[in-house]
Design a protein around this ligand. Sequence first.
Ligand code: SF4
Length: 279
Amino acid sequence: MPILDIRHADKVWDPLAGCTRKSAACRHCYAELLTSEAAKAGEEWAQGFAEAGAWTGKVDLRPERLLLPLEWEEPARILVNALSDLFHESLDNATIDKIFAVMALAPRHTFQVLTKRPKTMQPYIKDPATPARIEAAMAELSQDAPKIGAWPLPNVWLGVTAENQKEADRRIPLLLETPAALRFAAAEPLLEKIDLKSGVWLKEGGGGLDWVLAGGETGSEAQKCQPDWARAVRDQCAANGTAFFWTQWGEHVPAQESASPVGQTLDGVTHEAYPVNRS
Ligand code: SF4
């Protein structure tokens, strides 16, 4: 099966395997199919995480991938866990700490942490004991590990998926109450028109979402993304000065956009804005 073309990151880092479905955005989860196919093909990393096209419920570290960002010398934008969710309810703090420890040990990179589980993310980030636990995990990974200079980590961007209004209403307020160097929402797959609450979630001059990604659904049974839904996200971001990134149309590319490689334009324009780090 095709792997999504993730254009908003230079690299994808998957230190976890396994997941379970959480909301409508998960209904055509490519990670579930990819993991299942890898397991069937006998790939070691995928064993036990998905079978016959469905998650088994197991979620765990892939130790062989944990330290990869430390080997990548060129500064990169890195999407964390395209095949899982860092804040899956079944993970313990010690596992999440190890992943944050690697991010803290690689300040040259910028990490995009995208979750559908801000209810788990918020208490983890807000827990006053978290930075010390991460420092302990850093010391286990590297003998000359420095102390955490700042918390939240300046090179970690936190984001939530907001595929429809219900999930936007549920997740974005939780994200905005979570300390982060930079916060973003991914309206992908965009399943309906979404009100991003100008003046509340999107704010001229900062204090709301710093970045919004949007894109259509992929997969053979994908829902068609209506151009007006995409335009509404674009226009709300423009009205509030929020960086907007249109990723792709997914399965159903409107005829007028098909001239671009995989339908990466919206009304003929490529939108690839990144936010400016506040820290
Ligand atoms: S959270 Fe992500 S990886 Fe997990 S089931 Fe949903 S789409 Fe798939």
